[in-house]
Ligand binder design. Structure first.
Ligand code: FES
Length: 114
């Protein structure tokens, strides 16, 4: 298997996350709204997601990512930066699940009208 199903809490659509791809790359390819103010270079924390299933199949966070996550709101043990978390192997069951913190979702929605 070269990809996993990517489910997003509160979103009925099912996305695909290829092995070697970051969550942000998959989101941008498939029309999932995930903010990325710095363009995906680990210099903000707007792409903050929580990986609620399959988190052990992703690349380990770098020091830079952990520093950025320190600045994010509502960080938990399953928090990652969407632009940095890269799928390394297929999860058991073939599915990973993420949630996008609601303040990020709101920020995206507010920005959408401009
Ligand atoms: S988009 Fe800025 S850190 Fe991910």
């Amino acid at each position: 298997m070269t990809a996993a199903r990517l489910c997003v809490h509160g979103d009925d659509r099912v996305f695909t996350l290829a092995i070697g791809q970051t969550i942000l790359q998959a989101a941008m390819q498939q029309g999932l709204a995930l903010d990325h103010a710095c363009g995906g270079v680990c210099a903000c924390s707007t792409c903050h997601v929580k990986i609620t299933q399959g988190g052990d199949c992703f690349s380990a966070p770098s020091e830079d990512e952990l520093d950025q996550l320190d600045e994010a709101r509502g960080v938990g043990l399953d928090s990652r930066l969407g632009c940095q978390a890269k799928l390394l192997r297929a999860p058991s069951g073939g599915q990973v699940e993420i949630s996008i913190p609601t303040w990020n979702v709101n920020a995206v929605r507010e920005g959408a009208g401009h």
